[in-house]
Design a protein around this ligand. Sequence first.
Ligand code: ADP
Ligand code: MG
Length: 200
Amino acid sequence: MTPTLPGRIEVISGPMFSGKSEELIRRLRRARIARQRVACYKPDIDLRYHRTSIASHSSQTHEACTVTNVEHLKASLLPQLDEIDVIGIDEAQFFDASIVPITVELVHLGKRIILAGLDTTFAAEPFGPIPNLMAIADEVTKLSAVCMVCGQPAIHTQRLGQSQELVVVGAAGLYEARCRTHFSPFTDEHQSEQLELPTL
Ligand code: ADP
Ligand code: MG
């Protein structure tokens, strides 16, 4: 029997707009250039764009399968596992804790699993399974965005408006990237002095 190659767990994390999806898409494209077989998943909570792809705020996309939960992810993956080398998962913070053992199972099968997700909530608390995934990862990439008030590196996601729900899905207009100085959870003291984003 051929020995299984060691697998690898990679976590890409940071606030909204930090380029997590862009980085995930970049790694998946490179894997495909290397003729590795790629499967990509996202939870169905994020229906901002397509059900059949993941997308970045800079409009890059990659084909993906939308799944309702970790069970669904497993059921979709298992029948084709022999034909897959690299598994990408975007918005991994929205999966429950069972994403951790399935990631471990997959890495023991020699798979490369790349998970992108928010490290903290709008209240600056660790988000869902991401801290545990970071702990067991081979490699963690923490990205920062640009603070929309001052232009410094931003590690926080500021929710604009009053909602206290953990999950309010959306992007521009609902959330902004903010540095430590300009982040104020539950209130937004800086709404009137934002930077204008250049049109790309
Ligand atoms: P994430 O998945 O982390 O939310 P994306 O990969 O979807 O991030 O988007 C990153 C892109 O978002 C950047 O390349 C840039 O074009 C755009 N962008 C919009 N607002 C910001 C911001 N405040 N800081 C950095 N990038 C931003
Ligand atoms: Mg993203």
